[in-house]
Design a protein around this ligand. Structure first.
Ligand code: GLN
Length: 437
């Protein structure tokens, strides 16, 4: 364990909440362990691990969170991320679509007309995606896939050769999918090689904490919060999350979006990860699957967590602290004083520009000469002076910068005087002095 690990003595409240959830849901014995890849049938149906990794890389865990299992379909979003990084969105989506298939994970789901697989989260699309990874040969291709999975997980990963061989021996349906893709011109690789690189990626060994770190990396825009490495560019992380949100849970994706509302991916060995964007990654391991192929206890755990903590993507975030702390006329100077605080995003900037505009609408018009440097509130008839105190504004994002600077420019164009106080003023291209209003 490193100093980043939580859950040591005494237990922290987050690990305790995970343990409590785990203990309550462990009694649910619904579902069947996958058997079509023979070694998967050996999994212990009672195993149930949970892990959460925050954006800061703090790790929390409960139950069998260090039991190793093969990643299976949970590899799909991460190989898709590598393809997007290599080829970009336009080229990648020439080979694989982004529409929920509404069909089982191993369905022959190819777009009528083009033969393009519906999305990269089902087998046909994942085989197409893996074959897009540029390499001199299949060895190098798989080495690149294993490397990127490890960078998402924050450690070097290995393959369970037994599971790889068992799937290669029984994976005729996936090989058939690869041949169909090739026949419709949607596979850049020999079908047998394409299926094999896909089987090997499915046999990579992980534990629940690894999956939670992988999810946290997507939550933090492609930056692994444990190693601090930017594994994929931020726009790629967003593209991957979008496809996970619509297609990650096979033909239960719509119901999952309704009841849980987080981008997620599940796999047949019982792993599931979900991403709360900008907040954390969470993962579960529990081998018994529902008829769609999603782990029963993991689905129940995420449903409960989402409802309890308001995690649904479309849930209105908790209201932030007030942006405007002062909006009044200074009796001494006659200037209008507006004080803002916090980090300004669209919501906060809208509050600020609304306040500024409300004031400005009460001003009588002034002559343009009043904007000359050093002009005071009485420099021209009707000219008013606004002091905007940003001393307690930590940062403005690009939207806030654009909204606030355009509003200030308009007030000045109407002949009034604006003075910005505080370092944040520099970001607005203004002096931004440290002296008080
Ligand atoms: N290797 C598995 C298969 O192709 C992965 C499927 C899954 O996890 N849903 O059948």
């Amino acid at each position: 364990m490193t100093s980043r690990d939580a859950g040591a003595d005494p237990p922290d409240v987050i690990s305790e909440a995970l343990a409590d959830l785990r203990d309550r849901l462990a009694a649910d014995e619904e579902g069947e362990v996958a058997r079509y890849i023979p070694p998967l049938a050996l999994a212990d149906p009672a195993d149930f691990g949970l892990a959460l990794v925050s954006r800061e890389g703090h790790r929390y865990r409960a139950g069998q969170s260090d039991t190793r299992f093969t990643i299976q379909s949970v590899s799909k979003p991460f190989v898709f991320a590598l393809a997007l990084t290599d080829l970009g969105l336009e080229e990648t989506t020439r080979w694989v679509g982004a529409e929920p298939s509404g069909e089982a994970f191993n369905a022959i789901s190819l777009e009528p007309g083009t033969g393009r697989p519906a999305n990269p989260m089902i087998n046909a699309g994942a085989i197409a995606t893996s074959s897009l990874i540029g390499a001199a040969d299949n060895e190098e291709r798989f080495a690149r896939i294993l490397d990127v999975l490890g960078r998402f997980a924050g450690r070097t990963l290995d393959v369970d050769e037994r599971v790889h061989e068992a799937e290669a021996a029984t994976g005729d349906r996936n090989r058939a999918l690869a041949h169909l893709l090739r026949a419709s011109g949607r596979l850049r690789l020999d079908p047998v090689e394409a299926a094999d690189v896909y089987f090997r990626q499915c046999a990579v060994l992980v534990d629940t904490v690894d999956l939670a770190v992988m999810a946290a990396t997507l939550a933090d825009g492609g930056r692994n919060p444990v190693t601090d490495e930017q594994v994929v560019p931020e726009p790629v992380a967003v593209q991957v999350l979008a496809v996970m949100a619509t297609c990650g849970m096979y033909d239960a994706s719509g119901d999952w979006m309704l009841r849980v509302g987080l981008p997620a991916k599940s796999g047949v060995s019982g792993g599931l990860l979900a991403v709360s964007p900008g907040r954390f990654g969470i993962a579960c391991y529990s081998p018994p699957l529902d008829p769609v192929g999603n782990p029963v206890r993991a689905v129940a755990a995420l449903r409960e967590l989402s409802a309890r903590f308001g995690l649904h993507l479309l849930h209105n975030p908790a209201p932030s602290a007030p942006t405007i702390t002062t909006a009044r006329r200074d009796p001494r100077t006659g200037a209008l004083l507006v004080t803002a605080q916090g980090s300004l995003d669209f919501t906060a900037a809208e509050r600020l520009v609304h306040t500024l505009r409300r004031f400005a609408s009460t001003f009588t018009s002034a002559t343009a000469t009043a904007t000359a440097s050093g002009a005071g509130p009485t420099a021209a008839s009707g000219a008013e002076s606004i002091v905007l105190d940003l001393e307690r504004v930590a940062a403005l994002d690009s939207t806030a910068l654009a909204l606030v600077s355009a509003t200030l420019a308009r007030i000045e164009a109407a002949g009034h005087v604006v003075r910005v106080v505080g370092d944040a003023g520099r970001a607005l291209g203004r002096q931004g002095s440290g002296d008080g209003p």
